[in-house]
Design a protein around this ligand. Structure first.
Ligand SMILES: [Zn+2]
Ligand SMILES: [Zn+2]
Ligand SMILES: [Zn+2]
Ligand SMILES: [Zn+2]
Length: 231
């Protein structure tokens, strides 16, 4: 094969290769653009923007570049989302082991996270992600609430379980003949007044919004300090 035909073949290969890649991986370009945008945002300390670009990338379902979890963990750290940051950092170290381009940085971030994570654990004012609790507005912090009775689905009555709602009980006598009796539990009505709400359709039960804790997580990152005017 002479030089000219080798060159021709090479060009053909490159052309084919280029178009093949474009067909098989049409979204590689998009991932690249997102990664570039996010790193640029991080460089100018615009972590909110970096965060939303990384979220887009995750939501897209495209394969994540290897260094992405580390960069995202750094971004989340800067935004004070320490628990999230720690999760992505763990993912990164799990996936790349000692071989990641940012292994050193990752180990350093791991150390920087220790303090904030300990503070979150020790704090009673925030959830495990470090978000400040606020009083549940559904129960006003009372934890219990008069709600529609869950047991009878606010119907006030329930089907009698002894007679399966028929009002009748069947028994076989010694001659193997079926005899019918009125159900004594429901007096033959087949239904009973709801034992939970006594037919009032309401019950006092754990607030379903806050699962009875009286508080819900807000979007505010906790500073772990009691506010002087908070009641
Ligand atoms: Zn509540
Ligand atoms: Zn019955
Ligand atoms: Zn009820
Ligand atoms: Zn706190």
């Amino acid at each position: 094969m002479n030089f000219k035909s080798t060159l021709k073949l090479l060009i053909l290969f490159l052309l084919l290769g280029g178009s093949l890649e474009a067909q098989i991986l049409p979204n590689l370009g998009q991932t690249d653009r997102w990664m570039k945008g996010a790193t640029a945002a991080m460089e100018r300390k615009d972590y909110e923007t970096a965060n939303s670009i990384f979220r887009n990338l995750i939501d897209s379902g495209l394969p994540l570049p290897e260094e992405m979890p580390y960069l995202f963990a750094e971004t989340l750290f800067e935004l004070g989302q320490y628990d999230n940051s720690s999760n992505f950092l763990k993912k990164y170290l799990e996936l790349t082991g000692f071989n990641g381009d940012n292994y050193e940085g990752a180990k350093e971030l791991e150390k920087r996270l220790e303090g904030p994570l300990k503070e979150i654990q020790a704090c009673q004012l925030c959830d495990r992600n470090g978000y400040r609790f606020e009083t549940c507005s559904t129960c006003q912090g009372k934890q219990q609430l008069e709600q529609e009775c869950n047991y009878c689905k606010a119907k006030g009555i329930i089907g009698c379980s002894r007679c399966a709602g028929t009002g009748m009980i069947t028994k076989k006598n010694i001659f193997n003949i079926i005899e019918y009796f009125e159900c004594e539990r429901c007096s033959g009505k087949g239904r009973l007044t709801c034992p939970e709400c006594n037919g009032s359709l309401k019950e006092l039960s754990a607030c379903r919004t806050c699962s009875g804790s009286g508080k819900i997580s807000s979007e505010l990152i906790c500073n772990h300090k009691e506010l002087p005017h908070e009641h």
